[in-house]
Ligand binder design. Structure first.
Ligand SMILES: NC(=O)c1ccc[n+]([C@@H]2O[C@H](COP(=O)([O-])OP(=O)(O)OC[C@H]3O[C@@H](n4cnc5c(N)ncnc54)[C@H](OP(=O)(O)O)[C@@H]3O)[C@@H](O)[C@H]2O)c1
Length: 330
């Protein structure tokens, strides 16, 4: 039997529990070329709000009645595919469910050591790859430069900041609580942290980066993007990674007012989509794993257990109640 989370209807604003159903049904027989995967961990990602909408952006919206799309990781427990054997650990778009029958295409084989399966959904998975390629390919950090990261205490932001420190940058991050700011300073090695709920970002940036920022890595969008644009240094690179402050009302998205600063700063504003680098993921996974082993990077995870908690866990991303990479274990 397989228990799965189904998209029951589409949210109009914030996600509600009633947008999902939980269903249990019998698994079909395995066909030639297929593998049966027992899912151990499901990644909860801000992009899920967009996947619940109708239509296609960079990926098609999940259909009503379909299993909710999710990056998941687990173990092959039965295989009719010569590329995989029982006991292999894999990850991929396996969905929010207990088991997945898959044809093997696009699955990643995982090198699971020291019980680090959940890392493969976080710092060694899609969000870690977003940080790595977004920063290094679009931000192009150089030693001595100043970077500001919004949404800094999340898995993407904290990984960007820790890589930027490795590259010799001065790192400023903003997050939504004193506890998260303390984590940025004490555990991630950031130089400055701004609690955007109690402090004025513009005032703080002028103190921490008096000559402006060379890189702005944006996970939040909206007003934060506008403030950052106004504080760019000459030749700045703005990396648009996400805009979580806008995801619940994309029809009325707040566009940047201060975009003319890109002109006067001779800057660039660049978008990043992690899937464009899939072929290079193994190289990046190896490098990040090396940094973790050397103690240069400390991934933080927030684990919730039980498939039935999928809706309530997912909502935490949009209220800031998660602290670290949010993962649901099955
Ligand atoms: N382009 C790509 O290929 C790609 C791939 C993966 C992720 N992303 C984007 O990267 C960003 C971070 O993702 P993540 O997985 O690391 O999530 P995350 O940061 O672990 O979780 C989301 C965080 O966003 C913050 N937040 C929520 N609502 C906010 C608001 N209205 N204003 C400011 N902050 C708000 C909350 O932190 P606070 O407590 O600090 O408010 C929350 O903890 C998202 O925008 C996501 O869409 C892009």
């Amino acid at each position: 039997m397989n228990t799965k989370i189904i998209l029951a209807n589409r949210p109009t604003g914030a996600i509600e529990d009633s947008n999902f159903d939980i269903k249990t049904e019998e698994l079909p027989e395995l066909k030639d070329g297929e593998v049966l995967i027992e899912i151990n961990a499901i990644s909860l990602d801000p992009a899920m709000r967009g996947w619940m909408n109708e239509g296609t952006t960079y990926i098609k919206g999940v259909g009503i009645g379909e299993v909710m799309r999710a990056f998941s990781a687990g173990k092959v427990i039965k295989s009719s595919n010569s590329g995989y054997k029982e006991g292999d650990f894999v990850s991929g778009l396996l969905g929010a469910q207990q088991y997945c029958i898959h044809n093997g295409e696009g699955l990643m084989k995982l090198d699971v050591t020291n019980d680090n399966l959940t890392h493969h959904l976080g710092v060694l998975g899609m969000p870690g790859m977003t940080a790595y390629f977004g920063l290094l390919r679009k931000g192009e950090p150089k030693a001595g430069e100043v970077i500001y990261i919004s949404g800094a205490a999340g898995i993407v932001g904290s990984t960007v900041g820790q890589i930027a420190k490795i590259k010799g940058c001065t790192v400023i991050g903003s997050a939504g609580s004193n506890e998260k700011c303390k984590y940025l300073l004490e555990e991630c090695g950031f130089d400055h942290a701004i609690n955007y709920k109690t402090e004025n970002i513009d005032e703080k940036l002028k103190v921490y980066a008096p000559n402006g920022m060379d890189i702005f890595f944006d996970n939040v969008g909206g007003e934060t993007l506008d403030i950052a644009l106004a504080n760019l240094a000459q030749g700045a690179r703005v990396v648009i990674c996400g805009a979580i402050s806008q995801y619940n009302d994309m029809a009325n998205i707040r566009g940047p007012k201060n975009y003319m600063k890109i002109v006067t700063a001779r800057g660039v504003m660049n978008g990043v989509i992690v899937f464009d680098y899939v072929k290079e993921w193994p190289m990046a996974v190896k490098e990040i794993a090396g940094w973790i082993e050397d103690g240069k990077m400390k991934p933080k995870e927030h684990i919730i257990t039980g498939l039935k908690n999928f809706p309530s866990a997912l909502k935490m991303l949009y209220t800031g109640d998660n602290f670290g990479k949010l993962i649901l274990t099955v």
